[in-house]
Design a protein around this ligand. Structure first.
Ligand SMILES: C[S@@+](CC[C@H](N)C(=O)[O-])C[C@H]1O[C@@H](n2cnc3c(N)ncnc32)[C@H](O)[C@@H]1O
Length: 464
C-alpha cells in the first residue's frame, strides 16, 4: 500500500487505516442567502434525516455516510451545498471579509468558491480561476444554483496569472494534487507515490509563487491540498519560504472544535523551515473526515505592491430585464436594485452584484449569473433566474405540492389546480415549492397543466 510510507508520521496507524476503510459522513452547509442552518436542519428532519451541527464550522450540518443529497428538492433549490468536512478548512482559514477582493486560483468544481462567495453574502468580488474549461461547467452550475452574483470566472494557467488582474486581498491556492486524502470517497491508488508527488510539487510551487506575487502587502494566502504527501505540502511551503526572502511568513492557526496536527518538520532526510510547524494537517482518524493540509501565509506589509488594476466596467443597458422580469412576474420595484446587467450574449442577459469589480484582464469567461434568455420569443427566465426571483414573484408563478415534485424533476407535463397558479397566463412561469424557486415551466390554462422545463443536465438530477 503506497500510504505505508507515511507510517512514521501517523500517531495511530490502525485508527488511520480503519478510518480510511469507513464511508465518509456527508456534510451540508446552509446557503444564508436563502435560509439559515436551523431552518435547513428542520427541512432535513422532516425527511427523516438526523443532521448534527459541525462544531467548528457555523452553518454546516453533518449527515450519516451514504445519505443521498443530490436529488432532493432543497438541493435543486440552492438551499444548501454538499462539501466534505475537511475541505471546509481552507476557506475558514482564508477568512474573507466584506469589501475585499478575493482570488480562488484553482477553483473548479467550485465548492470553496461558493463557500467564499457565500461568506461574503453574495457581495463584492470573487474571481474564480481554473485552467480546464470542462471543469468550469460544474463550477458555474453550482454558482447558479446557489444564486451567487459576486463571482467572475477566468480560464488561465494559474502559474502565469497576469499581473494586470491587480492586487488581491486574499488568495486561495487549493492546488491540484495526488488527492490521497480523498481515499474515503475514491478508490484507485495507482497514481500515488513519491514520484507522482514530486511532479505535482513543481506546479504547486509555481502556483503558490504566483499567488504571493498577486497578493497585496499585508494580505493573506492560503495554500491547501487534499493529500498526505509531504512533497506536496511542507516541502512546497519550505521551498517557497526559501525563495521568497522574507516576503511571506507562515501564520500560526488554531480552529476551536477541530483537532489538527502540526506540519511535518522532516521528511526523507530533509529538514524543513521551522515555520512549517504552523501548517495544519487533518488526519482522517482525528475528526472522522478526509485528509487535508493547509498553510496560512501572510505577505509582509512593507513588501512591494502589485500594480493596481482598473475595474472592469460591466454596466450595460438591458431594458428587457426591467420590462420582462418586473412586469411579467409583478416583482417589487426594489427587487433588482442591487443587480447590474453585465453581459448580453446572443442567448441571454447576465447580472452581477452592483459592487462586483472583476478584472479587465484576464477578461472573465463568465460574469455573474444568466437570468433571462432573450433568444426565445417571448424571453424566458432561466432556472438560475427563477431561483433568484421566485420568493418575490406575484404573477406567472406556480406553487407545487410535494406529490408533484417527481413529475417536475422528471420533466413531465402534469395537472395543476387553479389555486396553485398565481395570475398565470399561457406561457413561461416560475415554479416554486414552499416559497423557494425550483426552475421554470410552461403553463397551459386551457388544459390546466404545467410542462416542466427543469434542465436535463441539472447536477445530480434524479427523481426524488
Ligand atoms: C483540488 S482541485 C480544486 C478544487 C476546488 N478548489 C474546489 O473546492 O472545488 C484543483 C484544481 O486545479 C486546477 N488546475 C490544475 N492545474 C492548474 C493550473 N495550472 N492553473 C489553475 N488551475 C489548475 C484543476 O483543474 C482542478 O480543478
Amino acid at each position: 500500500m503506497p500510504l505505508q510510507r507515511y507510517r512514521p508520521l501517523i500517531d495511530d496507524w490502525d485508527a488511520f487505516a480503519a478510518a480510511l476503510a469507513r464511508p465518509l459522513p456527508r456534510v451540508l452547509w446552509a446557503n444564508p442567502l436563502r435560509l439559515d442552518a436551523a431552518a435547513l436542519a428542520g427541512l432535513l428532519r422532516e425527511e427523516g434525516l438526523a443532521p448534527q451541527p459541525v462544531a467548528w464550522y457555523p452553518g454546516a450540518l453533518r449527515l450519516p455516510a451514504g445519505t443521498p443529497v443530490g436529488g432532493r428538492w432543497w438541493y435543486f433549490a440552492g438551499l444548501t451545498h454538499a462539501q466534505e468536512e475537511a475541505s471546509l478548512l481552507p476557506v475558514r482559514l482564508l477568512d474573507p471579509l466584506p469589501g475585499e477582493r478575493i482570488l480562488d486560483l484553482c477553483a473548479a468544481p467550485g465548492g470553496k468558491t461558493a463557500q467564499i462567495a457565500m461568506i461574503l453574502h453574495g457581495r463584492g468580488t470573487v474571481v474564480a480561476n481554473d485552467v480546464i474549461l470542462g471543469r468550469m461547467r460544474p463550477l458555474r452550475a453550482n454558482l447558479e444554483r446557489l444564486g451567487l452574483l459576486n463571482v467572475s470566472l477566468t480560464l488561465r494557467d494559474g502559474a502565469g496569472y497576469p499581473n494586470a488582474a491587480g492586487a488581491f486581498d486574499r488568495i486561495l491556492v487549493d492546488a491540484p494534487c495526488s488527492c490521497e486524502g480523498t481515499l474515503r470517497r475514491h478508490d484507485p491508488l495507482e497514481r500515488y507515490g513519491a514520484e507522482v508527488s514530486s511532479r505535482y510539487a513543481r506546479l504547486q510551487q509555481a502556483l503558490l509563487r504566483r499567488a504571493i506575487a498577486l497578493c497585496r502587502p499585508g494580505g493573506r494566502i492560503v495554500y491547501s491540498t487534499c493529500t498526505f504527501a509531504p512533497e506536496e505540502n511542507e516541502a512546497v511551503i519550505d521551498a517557497v519560504l526559501r525563495q521568497s526572502d522574507g516576503v511571506v511568513r507562515v501564520v500560526p492557526q488554531a480552529v476551536a472544535g477541530l483537532r489538527t496536527a502540526p506540519g511535518v518538520s522532516r521528511w526523507n532526510g530533509q529538514r524543513f523551515d521551522p515555520q512549517v510547524d504552523h501548517c495544519l494537517r487533518l488526519w482522517p482518524h482525528h475528526n472522522d473526515t478526509g485528509g487535508f493540509f493547509a498553510a496560512v501565509l501572510e505577505k509582509a506589509p512593507d513588501a512591494e505592491a502589485p500594480r493596481a488594476a482598473p475595474a472592469h466596467p460591466p454596466q450595460l443597458a438591458a431594458p428587457e430585464l426591467e420590462t420582462w422580469l418586473r412586469c411579467h412576474h409583478d416583482l417589487p420595484p426594489d427587487c433588482m436594485e442591487d443587480w447590474l446587467p453585465c453581459r448580453h450574449s446572443s442567448r441571454g442577459i447576465h447580472v452581477v452584484q452592483r459592487d462586483h469589480r472583476p478584472p479587465a484582464r484576464p477578461e472573465p469567461e463568465v460574469m455573474g449569473v444568466e437570468v433571462l434568455k432573450t433568444a426565445t420569443r417571448p424571453p424566458k427566465v432561466t432556472t438560475a433566474g427563477a431561483l433568484l426571483l421566485a420568493p418575490q414573484a406575484q404573477a406567472n408563478v406556480v406553487d407545487l405540492e410535494t406529490a408533484q415534485l417527481p413529475a417536475y424533476f422528471g420533466r413531465g407535463t402534469f395537472a395543476v389546480a387553479a389555486a396553485q397558479a398565481h395570475r398565470c397566463r399561457r406561457g413561461f412561469v416560475i415554479v416554486r415549492h414552499r416559497g423557494f424557486g425550483l426552475g421554470s415551466g410552461w403553463y397551459d390554462p386551457g388544459a390546466a397543466t404545467l410542462q416542466s422545463l427543469f434542465p436535463k443536465r441539472a447536477p445530480g438530477r434524479v427523481v426524488p
